[in-house]
Design a protein around this ligand. Structure first.
Ligand code: CMP
Length: 143
């Protein structure tokens, strides 16, 4: 079993796509382990996206991520990191394959509906920005 971390971003929150996105994720076989609404501060967003700080789009990305509360989540499935990246799709929703979350719910390369951890190292770093270990609920036989 593997875990991944995601964020439903401000554009998808404002358009009220969060229910459909969570449903798509559940229907794709993921178990929800943690879920939290969170309004990023500029400082926290800069820290979260630190690896992009030299990119030309960094300021736009930080401003955008602080526009409204976002929905952060941890999910579990076999091969969760790579499979969830595939479900999320290309960074640019216009290039994303049909049936990917960014194709369905994203608008452009900035307002692209959803973030997904790109590696186990990123997952290990990212979920800790938003959750403590005792806020994660591991599956039992009833789920
Ligand atoms: P995400 O998966 O959250 O990781 C980094 C984010 O930077 C990415 O999704 C996009 O939202 C954003 N991003 C990447 N390229 C660009 C770009 N050219 N212009 C604006 N934002 C971008």
């Amino acid at each position: 079993m593997q875990y991944s971390f995601g964020i439903i971003k401000p554009d998808a929150m404002q358009k009220k796509h969060y229910g459909k996105i969570l449903d798509d994720i559940a229907c794709a076989g993921y178990k929800l382990i943690g879920l939290k609404l969170f309004h990023l501060t500029e400082e926290k967003a800069k820290n979260f996206y630190a690896k992009h700080e030299n990119k030309p789009f960094f300021d736009e990305l930080i401003q955008y991520m602080c526009l409204s509360p976002v929905l952060c989540f941890v999910i579990q499935k076999e091969n969760a990191i790579n499979d969830f990246r595939a479900l999320v799709g290309n960074t640019d929703p216009k290039l994303a394959e049909k049936n990917t979350l960014r194709h369905k719910y994203g608008q452009d390369v900035s307002a692209n509906a959803i973030h997904a951890s790109d590696s186990e190292a990123s997952f290990d770093r990212e979920w800790r920005f938003f959750f403590t270990e005792n806020e994660l609920y591991f599956p039992n036989d009833l789920q």
